[in-house]
Design a protein around this ligand. Structure first.
Ligand SMILES: O=C(O)CCC(=O)C(=O)O
Length: 288
């Protein structure tokens, strides 16, 4: 995997970090090799849903998503999707500046202590209007969510490029959709990555071609905010046993809410608190 990624040096990490601070986003070109793109797309092809609406059990699908294809919860599908995040010198290093809790002493300070919130692959069709993924707008230097998007098929205006309002992450406002016409388009080649502060007003154009527009969309949150999946019930033993300690931390295994005060008081834990098997997380009975 290491050789399939273009790693960033210190200066590029600083430059991207600065761009996110000022503009709300950064584009990093040429991150994924052709071979890696091929592998990722072939796994997606085997696991995709044909239109989110076609999967009856996926409740709460919005009208916007009904024509899109998805692979939900990539963290459970194949370890390669987690490796893309954790093996890449670049993405998580940039996010640490924004999402790491400086008072989380149980994990070394140069390692991520934030969480993967949600991780999907998506090939979109319909226009996606300006929105934020921070839930509530806020001011200051600490967003409550950030995203890394890897474009697998590339995106042009015809294929539905991403568009953003640069600097809007610092507005403290929900998006004004009447401003769709003053947005900045961001096109990508296959293998490029976008990283943004989820307060950024962003959206995506309609895909007017018959071609796929797959991206990996990974959303990250600080350790104290809820994820969109339950790692204890969702993770198979097979996958759990293959994960590194830092991948387990990213998935939330170091800040699982306790059953009660006898289990633990402080939520923040270090690698030495990891349990050896997923079964042990599930088998913790109440003290009745
Ligand atoms: O696909 C895109 O270009 C934008 C994705 C997006 O807005 C989102 O996932 O929140």
């Amino acid at each position: 995997m290491q050789n399939e990624l273009r790693h960033l040096d210190h200066d590029e990490i600083l430059q991207s970090t600065r761009e996110i601070e000022v503009l709300g986003y950064t584009k990093v070109e040429n991150v994924l090799s052709e071979q890696l793109l091929e592998n990722l797309l072939s796994i997606i092809e085997k696991n995709k849903t044909l239109g989110a609406g076609a999967k009856p059990e996926s409740a709460g699908v919005s009208k916007n998503q009904a024509n899109d294809m998805y692979v939900y919860h990539l963290q459970y599908v194949d370890k390669i999707f987690l490796d893309v995040l954790t093996e890449w010198k670049g993405g998580l290093d940039i996010l640490q500046h924004f999402l790491n809790d400086p008072y989380y002493r149980q994990i070394p300070e140069n390692e991520p202590n934030f969480l993967l919130g949600f991780y999907n692959a998506r090939s979109s069709v319909d226009f996606l209007p300006l929105h934020i993924d921070n839930y509530v707008p806020s001011l200051g230097n600490h967003p409550n969510a950030m995203q890394i998007i890897f474009s697998l098929n590339g995106q042009t205006e015809a294929k539905g490029g991403t568009f953003v309002v640069p600097g809007s992450h610092r507005s403290g406002l929900l998006p004004d959709r009447s401003l769709n016409n003053i947005t900045t388009p961001i096109n990508c080649n296959p293998g490029d990555a976008l990283i943004w502060d989820s307060r950024l007003w962003h959206g995506a154009g309609e895909n007017k071609t018959n071609e796929d527009r797959w991206s990996l969309v990974a959303t990250f949150r600080p350790w104290y905010l809820k994820q969109n999946f339950d790692p204890v019930r969702g993770m198979t033993s097979h996958m759990f046993n293959k994960l590194s300690d830092s991948q387990k931390a990213l998935l939330g295994f170091l800040s699982i809410p306790p059953r009660d005060e006898y289990e633990k008081i402080v939520l923040k834990e270090g690698y030495d608190s990891l349990l050896p098997s997923i079964q042990e997380y599930r088998d913790k009975p109440a003290n009745d």
